[in-house]
Design a protein around this ligand. Structure first.
Ligand SMILES: Nc1nc2c(ncn2[C@@H]2O[C@H](COP(=O)(O)OP(=O)(O)OP(=O)(O)O)[C@@H](O)[C@H]2O)c(=O)[nH]1
Ligand SMILES: [Mg+2]
Length: 276
């Protein structure tokens, strides 16, 4: 992970770019709640699978073209195969929220698929990239993660300027971190009025350990905040791989105005995924 400020984050990579061509679409059903937690990464078939099929089809077509060109060669006719260049789009995503809520952990989980159990405070800004293939376009997520301690708020412009989406994050097991979202939102909007906002609750695994009354309260307030922010609301767990990939799929759909067929989950106690 590249760090744009001093960091004590030595256990993590200096810089990462992962290219994924086969993203899974998550379908979380009621069974997830019954099992409490299950891995989204092991699940389902996806839109992007079909886009890969398209790519494969294109490859097949290219192969066909190649065989044509071989035939042509046999006829002594020189043919230069034209390869359509892949479009590359960079999507800058900012992550903000209080300290220790799991921002860096979620970023590392999404980019590298690994869960980091130890808390290593982000001293400034972390940065990671991940590329995915969407039809014939390569989309590179450029993810900027701001340390949650207030002293790093001076670096907010680095994270927000030119971002097309901002993840406003809070810890589902710590109510005060949700209240803080208000102030984070105010500060971000002062710098970037246009970025899509997504409200992300982290540590859904710990939320499940709360009393039903507390779960209800957090869910109600999170829904209220999301509505006021006109933002999708997603409950996630990096430790148990719940809704991590979905955050970025929904973000992508929002940014590119694509139809998002990820099922909505709105029921109290479930891993909420709604508002898109
Ligand atoms: N149980 C559980 N713990 C988590 C989860 N996500 C993160 N954590 C833990 O929460 C702690 C803080 O995570 P970080 O990702 O470092 O938090 P942060 O928001 O980046 O903190 P700052 O860098 O200080 O802003 C770490 O010990 C993580 O292992 C989760 O989904 N479930
Ligand atoms: Mg961090």
């Amino acid at each position: 992970m590249a760090s744009l400020a001093s960091t004590n984050d030595k256990s993590k990579p200096a810089s990462t770019t992962t290219t994924t061509t086969n993203e899974n679409v998550d379908t979380i059903t009621d069974s997830l709640k019954q099992q409490k937690l299950s891995s989204e990464d092991n699940k389902k078939k996806s839109n992007d699978d079909s886009s890969n099929n398209n790519n494969n089809n294109n490859n097949n077509n290219n192969n066909k073209n190649n065989s044509n060109s071989t035939n042509n060669k046999n006829n002594n006719t020189a043919v230069v195969a034209e390869k359509k260049p892949k479009r590359n789009v960079v999507v800058k995503v900012g992550m903000v929220g209080d300290a220790q809520i799991g921002k860096t952990t979620l970023m590392v989980k999404y980019v590298e698929g690994q869960f980091e159990e130890d808390y290593i405070e982000t001293l400034g800004v972390n940065f990671m990239e991940k590329s995915i293939t969407l039809k014939s376009t390569e989309v590179t997520f450029s993810i900027w993660d701001l340390g949650g301690q207030r002293e790093f708020a001076t670096m907010l412009p680095l994270v927000c300027n030119d971002a097309v989406a901002i993840l406003f994050m809070f810890d589902l097991s710590n109510k005060s971190t949700l209240s803080s979202v208000k102030e984070w939102y105010r500060q971000v909007r002062g710098l970037n009025k246009d970025a899509f906002a997504i409200l992300v609750g982290t540590k859904y695994d710990l939320y499940l350990k709360l009393s039903e009354k507390d779960q209800k309260e957090v869910t109600k307030q999170a829904k209220r905040y999301a509505k006021a922010m006109k933002a999708p609301l997603i409950f996630s767990s990096a430790s148990h791989s719940v809704n991590v990939n979905k955050i970025f799929k929904i973000l992508l759909a929002k940014v590119f105005g694509l139809k998002c067929n990820i099922p909505k989950i709105t029921k109290q106690g479930d891993p909420i995924c709604m508002g898109y």
